[in-house]
Design a protein around this ligand. Structure first.
Ligand SMILES: NC(=O)c1ccc[n+]([C@@H]2O[C@H](COP(=O)([O-])OP(=O)(O)OC[C@H]3O[C@@H](n4cnc5c(N)ncnc54)[C@H](OP(=O)(O)O)[C@@H]3O)[C@@H](O)[C@H]2O)c1
Length: 222
């Protein structure tokens, strides 16, 4: 994904300490953006901040880190995002990238897998979006990106728990776009394919032989 920035644009990336979110943050930082990274693990946040800072294009740029679980409690997510905005100014673009995956047959997955994935992948995008939307509408500018997946466009064997959460993001995004377009606020949905990240490596550990073989076949269809 390529994002064009005006200098000093303020960007928040959930899941910005790893994988796709960290790469988006790097690309935006290279364009002069100020970055806020949100994720849970503090040491990974600090490492990501150091890595991103190497790409500064001016000496005013800032990377700030916030340790928060975006899926647990809307009020806490709103509070930390307000603190971030108090420091750096209102968010111009929010990228909702925090997410996780687990594969397995529908009846063999735990109900807790369905609950966790819906919490992180869906509600973990709703809460940050709620935290920034009012200010974006007031300022009549802003963009919110929801990172779905190719598994959010087509349901795949072994992905019942994951696909549903990524389809949900599309429904949310389409409905929200209708509400906010009059305010010059725009919604983007990203549908990445398999991407070599720490998260993808974790997902691969949950794949049984059936899922792996079917994935190989599906490469010919997509
Ligand atoms: N990699 C792929 O092949 C692929 C393909 C399609 C879509 N995607 C989607 O792209 C997004 C990023 O995937 P990735 O592969 O880059 O994953 P990743 O390397 O595992 O990175 C996930 C990021 O999300 C954060 N995160 C996870 N749960 C969180 C929570 N509850 N609260 C706050 N932060 C949380 C992680 O940090 P902490 O663990 O420290 O919180 C980390 O920064 C996900 O939404 C994924 O579904 C990935």
């Amino acid at each position: 994904m390529y994002v064009m920035f005006s200098l000093e644009e303020k960007q928040e990336v959930t899941g910005g300490s790893s994988g796709i979110g960290k790469s988006i943050a790097v690309e935006c930082f290279k364009q002069g953006a100020f970055i806020t990274l949100l994720a849970r693990n503090e040491s990974r946040l600090v490492e990501a901040k150091k890595e991103i800072e190497k790409y500064a294009v001016n000496d005013k740029q800032v990377v700030q880190c916030i340790s928060v679980d975006v899926s647990k409690d809307c009020a806490s997510v709103e509070r930390v995002i307000k603190q971030a905005q108090d420091k750096l100014g209102p968010v111009d673009m929010l990228v909702n990238c925090a997410g996780t995956s687990v594969t397995g047959k529908f009846e063999e997955l735990g109900i807790s897998n369905f609950e966790e994935l819906m919490s992180v992948n869906y509600l973990g995008s709703v809460y940050p979006a709620r935290a920034v939307i009012t200010t974006m509408k007031e300022r009549r500018m802003g963009r919110i990106v929801f990172v779905s997946s190719q598994a959010g466009q087509v349901g795949l064997f072994g992905f019942t728990a994951y696909s549903a959460t990524k389809f949900a993001l599309r429904g949310l995004a389409e409905a929200l776009q209708m509400e906010v377009k009059p305010y010059n606020v725009y919604i983007t949905v990203a549908y990445p394919p398999d991407t070599d990240t720490p998260g993808f490596a974790e997902e691969n550990k949950t794949k049984n032989a059936e899922v792996t073989e079917l994935e190989k076949l599906l490469v010919f269809f997509f």
